[in-house]
Ligand binder design. Structure first.
Ligand code: MG
Length: 379
């Protein structure tokens, strides 16, 4: 039996060549907290947490002393041990992201010990490759932003993407003009989603729905504050566009509240924040019982993207039928060396899909040289 001997947190960071922003704040750099769990026989697994990197690292360091000596195959039991230790202080939020990072690393490690990809541990694949959509069309100081967004969207279609997601949240009139320009640029056959990152009031969100409902929008993501469950319920009741949310939600109890409010058509847990593989399975089961589809939020390194690929390769959209629509995974297309250069193998989009790595565990390896380069000098 392998036993855990070490849990380490690494903050990796990248300065961006060009800054960009969305409705809430801007990015001029990226920083992510990675976790490596190592056993006494020299095996290791990798995970990552979605949240402010230094705060996630503090959370990992809080949980880390609870793991040495434990059997890494006992992912569910270890999840409960860690969750019980944090339950009094942070039932949701960044401490759960730290737990998620450790849980993901344990699943990677479990797969490596058992010689099985994580998708097999999750019950086996429904598909070998996962449909992906391009997330981009952020805001910048370009004087003709509308034309720039339209050209960026058309570029993703030229790269083989069959679905794209753009940011809104500048204001209803400007957003509607941008959405129309992007829809015209990508043609009628490509799926288009819009994401405000909870920028709107209920009235503003309804106004935007009315202005763009003829643009064949696949979903309207985070129209309202994640705390406004009643607002979501009302918006969803009155909107002809499906409503998506969940990247700010965590834990099965949080999603229970979201689903109980009949707030969303599509749930978007971030597996590296909502509680890891262990908790997202419970969230997906709850979503199925409520008739809600699951399409994970995904924003991080090549490790986090592999997490999304493995999970989404194992689930189906609702309702079940012979010719199922495929679920599709978020693939951030903004400048991100942590996604493109830190891990192997590199991801390739072919016919709008990415093949799930089939090596044991997550099937991705962290490049030690690149890890050293991306590690914060302060870490
Ligand atoms: Mg979003």
């Amino acid at each position: 039996m392998s036993t855990i001997v070490r849990v380490e947190a690494f903050v990796v960071a990248q300065k961006l060549r060009r800054s960009f922003h969305f409705s809430q704040w801007g990015y001029d750099h990226r920083a992510v907290c990675l976790v490596r769990v190592t056993t006494d026989d020299g095996r290791y697994g990798w995970g990552e947490g979605y949240g402010p990197a230094d705060v996630v690292r503090a959370g990992v360091e809080f949980f880390a002393p609870l793991l040495p000596g434990a059997d890494p195959l006992h992912t569910g039991a270890l999840w409960q041990r860690l969750h019980a230790r944090g339950h009094d202080f942070a039932r949701r939020g960044v401490l759960l992201a730290a737990l998620s990072a450790i849980d993901v690393a344990l699943w990677d490690l479990k797969g490596k010990i058992l010689g099985a990809p994580v998708q097999v541990l999750l019950g086996g694949p429904r598909r070998a490759a996962v449909s992906v959509y391009a997330t981009g069309m952020y805001f910048d100081d370009e004087p003709n932003l509308t034309a720039r967004l339209a050209a960026e969207a058309a570029g993703y279609v030229a790269q083989g993407f069959r679905a794209v997601k753009m940011k809104v949240g500048l204001g209803v009139a400007a957003d509607a003009a941008n959405v129309r320009a992007v829809r015209a640029a990508i043609g009628p056959a490509v799926k288009l989603m819009i994401d405000s990152n909870h920028a709107f009031s209920l009235r503003e969100a309804l106004d935007l729905v009315r202005r763009v409902e003829d643009c064949a929008i696949t979903w309207f993501e985070e129209p309202l504050s994640p705390d406004d469950y009643a607002g979501y319920r009302e918006l969803r009741r009155r909107s002809s566009i499906p409503i998506a949310a969940g990247e700010c939600e965590s834990g099965v109890a949080g999603f229970h509240q979201l689903f109980g409010a009949q707030a969303v058509d599509i749930a978007q847990p971030d597996i590296c924040a909502c509680g890891g593989f262990t908790e997202v399975q419970r969230i997906a089961a709850l979503a199925r019982a409520h008739g809600v589809d699951v399409t994970p939020h995904c924003w991080g390194t090549g490790i986090g993207f592999a997490v999304g690929l493995h999970f989404l390769s194992t689930i189906d959209m609702l309702p079940g039928r012979l010719r199922l629509p495929e679920p599709f995974l978020e693939m951030d297309r903004t400048e991100n060396a942590l996604r493109d250069e830190l891990t192997q193998p590199r991801y390739q989009v072919i016919d709008g899909r990415v093949t799930v790595p089939d090596a044991p565990g997550l099937g991705v390896e962290v490049d030690p040289g690149r890890l050293a380069e991306f590690r914060r000098t302060t870490s």
